[in-house]
Design a protein around this ligand. Sequence first.
Ligand code: BG6
Length: 477
Amino acid sequence: MSRLPEDFLWGGAVAGHQLEGGWDAGGKGPSIVDVLTAGAHGVPRRITETVETDESYPNHVAVDHYHRFREDVALFAEMGLKCFRTSIQWARIFPLGDELEPNEEGLAFYDALFDELLAHNIQPVVTLSHFEMPLHLAQKYGGFRNRALVEFFERFARVCFERFASKVRYWMTFNEINNQFDTRNPLYLWTNSGVRLTPDEDPRAVVLRVAHNELLASALAVKAAHEVNPDLQVGGMVSFVPIYPYSCDPRDIEAAQVASRLRYFFFDVHARGHYPAYAIREREKHGYDIGWEEGDAEILAAGKVDYLGLSYYMSTTVKADAHTDELSAAGGLPNSVPNPYIAESDWGWPVDPVGLRYSLNVLTERYELPLFIVENGFGAIDEINADGSIDDDARIEYLRAHIEQMELAVIEDGVDLIGYTPWGIIDIVSYTTGEYKKRYGMIYVDRHDDGTGTFDRSKKKSFGWYADVIRAGTVAR
Ligand code: BG6
């Protein structure tokens, strides 16, 4: 085999709230993302109590895909995409989140989008909760710290499965569900779960309870999908940043092994249908009350995922005695240290293509499930040439190097990989910084952080490059 199989899902990925705009269109309710202000590299985004008139919220307009999706889909088709990963915004379907009946206009929007994709032979791949939920659920219930949300999420998921089962085969429950384990950055708990900590709370106790509710919600959603149509494939999704030991000092090896549980925990439960021993012991040792109820073991066991979705951007390295506890972008881990063998992007993200092959193999060996790389990409400032063209060679090189390692994992190592959807196939609003200038796309969008721009779309050099890769089924030419 010298190329990836014909049915390999080459695609592109985005999230509804970073792409669509139309934040109050079609009956949509305000979401937890609609109260996030813009930040910058080193300047955190703020969470405001409600939508305030004198603040600027970049996700409100994003790149206006809500009104321009037909033009975008035509470009995706020209690129040759076989699939397109996006998310259904929960607040479009249930504007408050606790209603019994969905909002028909919200469902109709996704019908129109999915029909347009399918008409161009592009499979929609859908995340149910990608850093977004109705703001009302955070305000009234405290987000996923409240078990009531398990039922609300299950209802939302079931409505989506019933409506779109004939159009969408691959689903994911929660995007990068593991980000919130870094409780030092309030953004993560907020966007994963609609949760804000109070100063008197033990963050670990809160996040474990939140995680339990989401694991139940995910398991119930998987079960619902299979009831609606046994062919539906539902995956978990984590941010997989492999953790390397700094040296062969056994203390570094152990530090990396223990830290890696931050990456494995959610997949351990999603894939095996029960809690791993290390998590049960932690709970017992600290007396954490996760709100366990009779019947939970059965719910988890009945909702095992069909595949594992992962984002891969970087690796991180830990040194047992580093005593660093900074909120670094390099994995945000205590005791993380720079890896002397790896360069960093302008936003301080370590670039490590070999780590992708390593990760795919480690996950395959641990879980023996199909994998889906649903994010990988390079956020950068694009320079526009005098004639309007954009030569994003650094992005091409980043993607080429990662695809090369992905091919090795499949072709040489036998990893079962469903597809590859590079992140931000079209420029969108950055999640962590809320900026437009941190661009991932192969399609440029003329929109800027000062609010100027026409929203016009144009092709970067990477557009044609990726189209050639998809056609060839390989980067090896
Ligand atoms: C992942 C998220 O964390 O990384 C995306 O799933 C996000 O939503 C992407 O956009 C890149 O992060 P950022 O902050 O550069 O946009």
